[in-house]
Design a protein around this ligand. Structure first.
Ligand SMILES: [Ca+2]
Ligand SMILES: [Ca+2]
Ligand SMILES: [Ca+2]
Ligand SMILES: [Ca+2]
Length: 459
């Protein structure tokens, strides 16, 4: 078995690490070491009150709130240069030992603990779960849920995360789900910011007829800076305009993202991605836009992605776009409309973005080996699952561009060797052999999760 091991440097060689464990009831509750971790739902907030530039905050599974009060205006706001990392179980000595899939670490806006399905009881929630206003912040390994900015005084933007200009955070391996705002239900971002391996699902911005960006609203930038999204999923988000992501006089870049079943509620266009404004620019590469819809339930090309008529505003390279016929005013090449053959795009419940979907690629998917290698940022070597981003499928003709192996389209790379290779047991100890036998009978999906987990999820 080959394992993928990547070591993440600490934010600073001299930085301190602060520990948070919601379930802890003993110790001194002052943050170091694990045995004295900050406790309870206020643990993250208390850690951020003492952390400084270069410090890391390690957080166990559990639920954390921005405040102990009912003050909706309070958000978690990390100091500059602080790395906030979730997904721990409270015993780790290295960040590579955590498992963000097994250890769900929730930053929640549900101050009263009464949220229900379908956005019920959100009127008492925090406006924004996170406000990122300081430079050099990392947020990695959290689920961010329940932000409700639609009834914030003024124009509420960014229910899950509101990113201020010039802060340029790195948000990685986060699930941003079920947040609401006037603009940017999941995220409002102004100018820079990097989002990698994140999922935006079931967020909405529908309070106004012009509400834009169910998943993400890239706000007015005029000049300088653009948010980038790499290996991200946008599933089941809704907005009046721009269900998955919207840009308003702003720039944004999507690379290897999968946008499925996002929708608009007031337009027939731009269910997946939307762009408007004199200064708007969007570069969309190696992305799949499928089953996004406008008000009429349309699956037309313009329901997947839409921009006004100037062809310089939009660049599409090596994307799979439902109903693509080249009517969009866009530059670029390598785009097509063939069914992407996701393993299960809506899941057993038939509802997009509810968490039971599998947007990995099935055998024979036209997205395999169809991307543009040059579009992938040089620091990106892994896919959404933490598995190699560049893999050649010998059974699929390379229709993409670049030296083999050619990157796939979408957030997941087709893993040719996902099935474990049987190992001769005679050469192994009985314990190791038993483990390998168990592995050899596991399903490919199980193996993928194990591989990511065994590798320590050190991203
Ligand atoms: Ca509530
Ligand atoms: Ca589902
Ligand atoms: Ca490939
Ligand atoms: Ca190939």
């Amino acid at each position: 078995m080959s394992l993928v091991v990547v070591f993440m440097p600490a934010p600073s060689a001299t930085g301190d690490t602060w520990f948070v464990n919601e379930a802890a009831t003993t110790g001194t509750n002052d943050g170091t070491p694990w045995s004295n971790a900050f406790q309870g739902v206020s643990g993250v907030r208390n850690a951020l009150s003492v952390a400084g530039a270069g410090d890391a905050v390690w957080v166990t599974h559990g639920t954390y709130l921005p405040t102990d009060s009912a003050d909706r205006a309070v958000s978690l706001n990390p100091p500059g240069g602080v790395g906030l990392f979730g997904g721990f179980d409270g015993t780790e000595e290295a960040i590579g030992e955590r498992d963000v899939v097994a250890n769900l670490t929730l930053l929640s806006a549900d101050l009263a603990g009464d949220d229900g399905p379908s956005f019920a009881n959100r009127e008492d929630n925090s406006f924004h779960v996170l406000r990122i206003e300081n430079p050099g912040v990392q947020v990695n390994g959290f689920t961010i849920r329940g932000g409700m900015a639609s009834d914030e005084p003024g124009l509420g933007g960014g229910g899950g995360i509101r990113v201020a200009p010039e802060s340029d955070p790195l948000v990685k391996r986060c699930r941003i789900i079920e947040n609401e705002a006037d603009m940017g239900g999941g995220v409002w971002v102004e100018r820079g910011g990097r989002f990698e391996d994140c999922e935006f699902s079931q967020n909405r911005a529908i309070s106004l007829g012009i509400s834009t960006g169910g998943g993400v609203h890239a706000a007015i930038t005029l000049v300088g800076g653009q948010p980038t999204f790499t290996n991200c999923l946008f599933i089941g988000n809704a907005a009046s305009r721009g269900g998955g992501i919207a840009g308003d006089h702003s720039e944004y870049e999507l690379v290897n993202c999968t946008l499925v079943a996002n929708r608009t509620t007031a337009d027939t266009i731009g269910g997946g991605a939307f762009l408007e404004g004199t200064f708007g620019r969007a570069t969309i590469s190696n992305c799949a836009l499928w089953a996004n819809a406008g008000t009429a339930g349309s699956d037309a090309e313009t329901a997947q992605v839409w921009t006004p008529s100037d062809p310089l505003f939009l660049t599409l390279n090596h994307c799979c776009i439902q109903s693509y016929a080249g009517v969009l005013p866009a530059e670029g090449a390598g785009n097509f409309a063939t069914d992407p053959l996701f393993i299960d795009e809506f899941g057993a419940d038939g509802v997009p973005g509810s968490g039971d979907e599998d947007l990995r690629l099935g055998i024979g998917s036209p997205l395999i080996d169809a991307g543009l290698n040059a579009a992938v940022p040089s620091n990106v070597t892994l896919d959404f699952d933490g598995l190699p981003r560049f893999v050649d499928d010998p059974a699929t003709e390379d229709t993409g561009a670049g030296d083999p192996p050619v990157v796939d389209i979408g957030a997941f790379e087709f893993q040719v060797d996902a099935e474990p290779v049987p190992v001769p047991v005679a050469t192994l100890s009985s314990t190791v052999a038993f483990v390998l036998v168990l592995l050899s009978i596991a399903t490919a999906a199980f193996h993928r999760r194990q591989l990511a987990s065994v590798s320590g999820d050190p991203r």
